[in-house]
Design a protein around this ligand. Sequence first.
Ligand code: ATP
Ligand code: MG
Length: 423
Amino acid sequence: MPKQISAIRGMNDYYGESSATLDYIVVTAKAVLKQYGYQSISLPIVEKTELFARTIGEITDIVEKEMYTFIDRSGDSLTLRPEGTAGCVRAVIQNGLIHNQQQKLYYTGSMFRYERPQRGRYRQFQQFGVEVFGIATADIDAELIFLTARLWDNLGLDNLQLQINSLGSERTRQKYQVKLVNYLTNVKDQLDEDSKRRLETNPLRILDTKNPDLKEIVAQAPKLIDYLDQDCKEHFELLKGYLDDAGIKYVVNPNLVRGLDYYNKTVFEWVTTELGAQGTVCAGGRYDSLVEQIGGKHVPASGFAMGLERIMALIMDKDILDTEVQSDIFMVLVGDSALRLGMAMIESLRDENKNLKIIMNCGGGSFKSQFKKADKSGATIALILAEDEVNNRTIAIKYLRIKKDQETIAWSELNAKVANIFN
Ligand code: ATP
Ligand code: MG
C-alpha cells in the first residue's frame, strides 16, 4: 500500500466542532462589522516579498525568520502573506479606494508564519482583520474597540482584558529610543542573546520579549508614554475618554508595543489569561505612515486583526456553541416512486421555508435504518413517504421530539402543517 501523506506541521484541518466554531466566529464577526457599516474586501494570499519587507519592517521576527518566501517560475520572489494589513494597503492604493474618501473594510482568511507550532500558534492560521483609511482622529480608534467589545459579547466571551498604549509619533520614538538604549546598555549583561542583538537593531522590540527572565528589566525601563508630544498625548487622552464614556474597561500597558514596525499613536490588544502564553486574541492600532511608505499619498489609518484559532480555543473550552447536528425535518423515502416524488416535494418545502434545515435521506435503506438516521439528525419531525402514501396522495408525519406520535395528512396540507409546527 502507498504510504499515507500527512499535512504540513503547524497547518491544521478543521472539521466537526472546530470547523463549526470557526464558521460561527466569522458569521458573528461579519454581522457586527456590517452593523457598523463596514464593507468586505477580499485579497490575494500571495504578494511580492518586497511588500512585506517594506511594511512590516526588515528587523522584525516576521520578516527575519517567519515568512514563507519562494521564487516562482518567472523568477520573482513571492511570499505567502504573514498578515493582512500590507496587502490591504497595497490594494486600496492600487484600486484608488482612498483617493479623497474614507474606507472601512474587513476581511478574513489564512495567514502563514514559520513559527514553532504550539497551542494557539500555528504556521497557517486564520485572521479576521479590519482596516480603516482616511480618519486621523481618536473617534475611529474608539469605534474599532467598541466593535470588538460588541463582538466578544455576541460570541458569549467574557474575561477578555483590553490593554492600550500610545506609541507616539516617529519623533517621540526616536527621542525615547535614546533613553531606552541607555538604560538597556547599563544592564546589557543581564539580557538574552536575542535582546542583545535587538539592542543594536530594534531596541523597542525588547519590550515585547516573551522571556520571563527579562520581565523585571522591562518593567523598570523608561516608559515611552512619558515622552509623548502634545498631539499624541491629546489623542490618547481623547481615546481614554471615549472608552470611559462607553463604559469599556481597559488598562494602560506602557510596555505594549506591536510585533510590526508600522504602528504609531494608539495600539491595543485584547488578552486572556486562559490560553497560556498565546493570550492575545486581537491586536491592532494606528498606522498613519504606512500608506505613504508603500507609495501612496499620506492617508491616516487604523485597524486590528483577530487570531481566530485562539478565539476558537476559548469558545470550545467554554462549550459555548452547541455543535451537535440539529435539523428540523428529516425526509424518509422508501421505494423508487416515493424517492422521485419526495425529491420534488422537499425542494418546494425548501422554497417555502428558507430558515428550516431539511435533510433528505439519501442512499436508500429500510424504514428502520432511515428512522435511525432521522433520530440522529436531531430533527423535530420526520416526513415519511412510501408506497402507501404515494398511492393515497398523503404524507405521514412522525414527531421525534415532543409527542412521539404520528399522523397522516394530504399533500395539499403539507405546507400549512409545516408552518404550523415551526412557528
Ligand atoms: P504574538 O505576539 O502572539 O506572536 P503577533 O504580535 O505576532 O502575536 P499579530 O501580527 O499582531 O500577532 O497578529 C494578530 C493576531 O493574530 C494575534 O494577536 C494572534 O491572535 C494571531 N496570531 C498571530 N500569529 C499567530 C500564529 N502563528 N498562530 C495563530 N494565531 C496567530
Ligand atoms: Mg508573533
